[in-house]
Design a protein around this ligand. Sequence first.
Ligand code: CP
Ligand code: NVA
Length: 305
Amino acid sequence: MRHFLDLASCSTDELHDLIDLALCLKAEWRDGGNEPVLCGKTLGMIFQKPSLRTRVSFEMGMKHLGGDAIMLGAQEIGLGVRESVPDVARVLSSYVQGMMARVFDHQDVLELAEYSRVPVINGLSDDYHPCQALADILTIRERFGRLGDLKLAFVGDGNNVAASVALACAHFGIDFSIATPEGYEMKAPIREQAIEIAKGNGTVIEMQTHPQLAVAEADVVYTDTWVSMGQEAEARERAGEFGAFQVNADLLRQAKPTAIVMHCLPAHRGDEITDEVIDGAQSQVFAQAENRMHAQKAILARLLA
Ligand code: CP
Ligand code: NVA
């Protein structure tokens, strides 16, 4: 593994290795601290969009492993505007030992990787959010003690988070059922990637428009915003389309009583999820957020050490 750009281009073995390593690094950190395996290394972090979790969890992850991180916000680099993406990749990779980029167009992160001399990590693009999905698998593994024989229902928009969660489920053998309004399905090529990966282990990848059917007998109920970063102009129209796709107590009752609730955050309370559910006993959203740091430390250790 040279870069971490999307889960379709990782092997299932590489992803299992990252989860195992994340569990070790998390235990080590809780035990007093990690080995400084990234001493002398710096991660350059490019952000075209805002962030709380991704920015802070990468920066703290680097510090825990003995390294450093530099934050480069949208106003500083002007990726593809002030300077071409290949030139940014060439220059930045002559200073730092790894790059993390949060971009709009997924092509930009692919192009950074193509022209970079150092590993590139996708910290969210319009198409994928692989670091989120890896952390989510870590959370599911911790809560259930296993990854097999589980069903995850995703309710809402077929967006970047849905895409990466679908691919993660395909790799790890978790049955995946997504309910979206018509017109907001996962992109066909990404759906096909997930189905292709799932074929290898008999996992079910299912799309539909009925939240109740998707959630039936689910072990995990997952949702995300109806309006992703960059789609703000569609907010009003989307609110009208997604009303029936709210994760609330009624919908959650269709899942198994032992089901957990997940959300990548930031949440729009009262829209895609109610306060009662996100603050309820089944919610794991803050464990997910913490696990971003532990899962990413595994990625950093594998790519940069
Ligand atoms: N979940 C997530 O990526 O959060 P941020 O946008 O705050 O980084
Ligand atoms: N789908 C959301 C995820 C935020 C972490 C977005 O892209 O804005």
